[in-house]
Design a protein around this ligand. Structure first.
Ligand code: PLP
Length: 411
């Protein structure tokens, strides 16, 4: 018999979302009459906007013709027109097209990046964080040489991000030469780093030989013009950061699948090799490029009509988030000590229930209101006592969930 990859031995059991699904299904089986509403996962619910969809339809029609047919792209990094347009429109020319690597999504890129950094890199994560950063690090052997306990893995640096530090970590505990995962706007807290905070992060990384893996998957939700939408708005970031991004949330491409990674020319490994060169080598080995249909959708999304559609779509989800935040700020919750964190720049509402365990609050909201949330402890030790409400939902479901929270939730 073949042994399993030993890196998987210390993987903490149960990825968060399967456990949520298990509890939801158990509840639904026991209460078949209940209409359960999910404000749990970050999956988009609204249809593709027409201009963006038309870009893909036209492309599919062309694929039916000899002249319009295309197979593998010339390079796994994506079609040049899309790379150019991402550089010009999304980054306003702050990055070159050659630095943009189109992909099938930010999550897939994070997994491939983890392979590139390998088993010997030290990892630092915001705590709480998108679970892929930690689980993926364990899978490639960069972490998890000791089993996880309630404080997480001993060989990962967890950087607590709490209301008490305005969700921006103290960096002093991060060892030199770490790979620092940083997500802004953040999943799950919704917190968005200010320019001054990102300057602190970039300066720290440069002074300490670190590389920042900056996850900007929610950048399109930023409405405050003072907040940076990309780490490359910060001086010096080109020498210490790479950025993953995605059409998933702004264009409704969670199922279509399209994202990208920017790796600046200046970014180097310790031996002077450009990170982009290794990335090309890796992606050309394991990846045959994003779907050409999805890339046509990406091109349409970056037209002026597409940009407006993305703004409307993200605006819709932000309105949902505002509804959820406003109900959780009602007097009955305030009196119970509930604290709501929502600044209007992310599709998540992060809520603290002091003195309570996240999973207990999750179970209580499910049983009182038939609403599924995400327990904050699933995102890291500092997520304990918090619950994340996702704003991805049809308006009538979100409104109904709000009514139930207001009228039925007893804490
Ligand atoms: N990064 C963060 C922080 C996310 O929350 C998600 C999805 O929820 C992703 C990346 C995944 O993006 P994609 O759909 O492009 O793989």
């Amino acid at each position: 018999m073949i042994e399993a990859n030993p890196c998987f031995t210390h993987l903490a059991p149960g990825y968060l979302f399967p456990e949520i699904a298990k509890r939801r299904n158990a509840y639904a089986a026991a209460h078949p009459e209940a209409a359960v509403i999910s404000l749990g996962i970050g999956n988009t619910t609204e249809p593709l906007p027409p201009h963006i969809a038309a870009g893909m339809k036209d492309y599919v029609s062309a694929l039916e013709t000899p002249a319009g047919y295309s197979g593998y792209g010339d390079d796994s990094a994506g079609e040049l027109p899309l790379r150019k347009k991402i550089a010009a429109v999304w980054y306003n020319g702050a990055v070159q097209e050659s630095e943009v690597f189109v992909s099938d999504g930010a999550k897939c890129d994070v997994g491939r990046l983890q392979q590139m950094f390998g088993a010997s890199v030290h990892v630092a994560v915001q705590d709480p964080a998108y679970p892929v950063y930690v689980d993926g690090s364990v899978m490639v052997g960069a972490a998890g040489k000791s089993p996880a306990d309630a404080h997480g893995y001993a060989d990962i640096t967890y950087m607590p991000c709490l209301p008490e530090n305005n969700f921006f970590p103290v960096l002093d505990s991060v060892p030199a030469n770490s790979l620092i995962y940083f997500c802004s706007p953040n999943n799950p807290t919704g917190a968005c780093a200010t320019r001054a905070e990102l300057e602190t992060l970039v300066n720290f990384a440069r002074a300490n030989g670190c590389i920042i893996l900056y996850d900007a998957a929610y950048a399109a939700f930023i409405r405050d013009p003072k907040l940076p939408r990309s780490v490359f708005e910060i001086e010096g970031a080109r020498r210490c950061a790479l950025e993953v991004n995605s059409f998933s949330k702004p264009a409704g491409f969670t199922g279509v699948r399209l994202g990208w990674t920017v790796i600046p020319e200046e970014l180097q490994f310790a031996d002077g090799r450009p990170v982009a060169a290794l990335w090309s080598r890796l992606t050309n080995t394991f990846f045959n490029g994003a779907s050409n249909i999805a890339q046509a959708g990406g091109l349409a999304a970056l037209d002026s009509e597409g940009l407006e559609e993305m703004r409307n779509l993200t605006g819709f989800y932000l309105e949902n988030a505002a509804l959820i935040a406003s109900v959780l700020r009602e007097e009955k919750f305030r009196a119970a000590g509930v604290e709501v964190f929502f600044t209007g720049n992310a599709p998540y509402v992060w809520v603290r229930f002091p003195g309570r365990k996240s999973w207990d609050v999750f179970d209580r909201i499910l049983s009182d209101c038939q609403v599924v949330t995400t327990p904050g402890s699933g995102f890291g030790p500092s997520g304990e006592s918090f619950v994340r409400f996702s704003a991805f939902g049809h308006r009538e479901n979100v409104a109904e969930a709000c009514r139930r929270l207001s009228s039925r939730l007893s804490l």
